[in-house]
Design a protein around this ligand. Structure first.
Ligand code: IDP
Ligand code: MG
Length: 142
């Protein structure tokens, strides 16, 4: 199936100047970038994005970190884009991530782990619409 997924380059990676290298890895894996922007979330906006994690002990720290500086948001498209981008990102904890993955290469720790990727096609479409309007994606066939 042809899917879209949401990619976020998180504040730790943007701050270290890794956006270009990460986007390069994405494009080299045949995922197409069909929309992209740089922005900074408020903590309330980060809480809205990560609402599924609101009962987790790391929620406050996570949302403070995600609002601590600019991020890059991008919509990726391709065959099995959701699963393929998850594989390219690697495990949540970089200590468990495989060689050649974005997190193995660039994550600092389990929280500041460089990138976000949607975990299923259904969550991908909700997450994409958190950052992008229909008009932002209008140039591409659905
Ligand atoms: P994912 O980003 O690989 O999908 P999730 O379990 O959905 O991982 O967690 C969302 C984000 O919350 C992670 O990417 C990471 O930034 C943070 N996080 C997850 N587990 C922990 C933890 O145990 N301590 C601190 N932060 C965590
Ligand atoms: Mg997740």
């Amino acid at each position: 199936m042809h899917y879209r997924t949401l990619c976020l380059i998180k504040p730790d990676a943007v701050e270290r100047g890794l956006s270009g290298a990460i986007l390069d890895m994405i494009q080299n894996s045949d995922l197409k970038i069909i929309a992209m922007k740089m922005l900074r979330l408020t903590q309330a906006e980060a809480e809205g994005f990560y609402t599924v994690h609101k009962e987790r002990p790391f929620f406050d720290s996570l949302t403070r970190y995600m609002s601590s500086g600019p991020i890059v948001a991008a919509v990726l498209e391709g065959e099995d884009a959701v699963a393929r981008y998850r594989a390219l990102m690697g495990a949540t904890n970089p200590a468990d991530a495989q060689d050649g993955t974005i997190r193995k290469r660039y994550a600092v720790d389990v929280e500041a782990n460089a990138v976000h990727g949607s975990d299923a096609p259904e969550t991908a479409s909700i997450e994409i619409s958190y950052f992008f309007s229909a008009l932002d994606l209008a140039g591409w066939p659905a």
